[in-house]
Design a protein around this ligand. Sequence first.
Ligand code: PEP
Length: 253
Amino acid sequence: MRQPLVAGNWKMNGSVGSVRELLAGIKAGIGAIDKCEVAVCPPYIFIPQAQTELAGTPIPWGGQNLSTETSGAFTGEVAASMLLDFGCTYVIVGHSERRTLYGEDDALVAKKFAVARAAGLKPILCVGETLDEREKGVTEEVVARQLDAVIKLEGIKALADGVIAYEPVWAIGTGKTATPEQAQEVHAFIRGRIKTRDAGVAEKLRIQYGGSMKPDNAAELMAKPDIDGGLIGGASLKAKDFLGICKAANDSV
Ligand code: PEP
């Protein structure tokens, strides 16, 4: 049985005050969530605050990105060791916003996965197709390519150290969620592809769904056999909504 992981990707949102309020809200409700792992990924600058405010709770935190470099003249970048220094457990790699807005390609994302893993962080590898790609019928091809870039660089066993988030780009921040059937189809494809190389890794690997997940559509998605939690954008900014999704994941176990 895989333990679901619900992780909040706060993107570039928040202030000292709103982070305090959001984390207080999550902490107040986390007692009822005992079967699902709950994590938050704040913007870099709020990670020390998350570390302080989440100390002593079961809630891990992580970064939304990291550098492939270890230190030096890389203005604006943050190294894996720095995330670790501030207690991060997770780091998101290859989010579609990084891929489209900042030109991160499969090779760079694979390198980020490798650097995160080597440092002892758990990478959350985002994969997913655009609307155009779905309409062209190449969803599986795209997801396979994104996945294979990591497998090629790191080997199949490396996936056991991370998490995969299937995030159809057309569903991110749009209010358009993939149907549970559409999501399950791709999740099963991902697990199946990994299974052909290593059945043990495939069985244990958590594959989250991400894309306009909300408390009112989460239960149906979580009920699918290959959906192991969610990567949550917009709805992770309100404690009540985020906890509603966590509860759906918790009840799905
Ligand atoms: C995301 O950015 O990872 C995401 C899933 O966003 P949203 O939930 O807002 O669609």
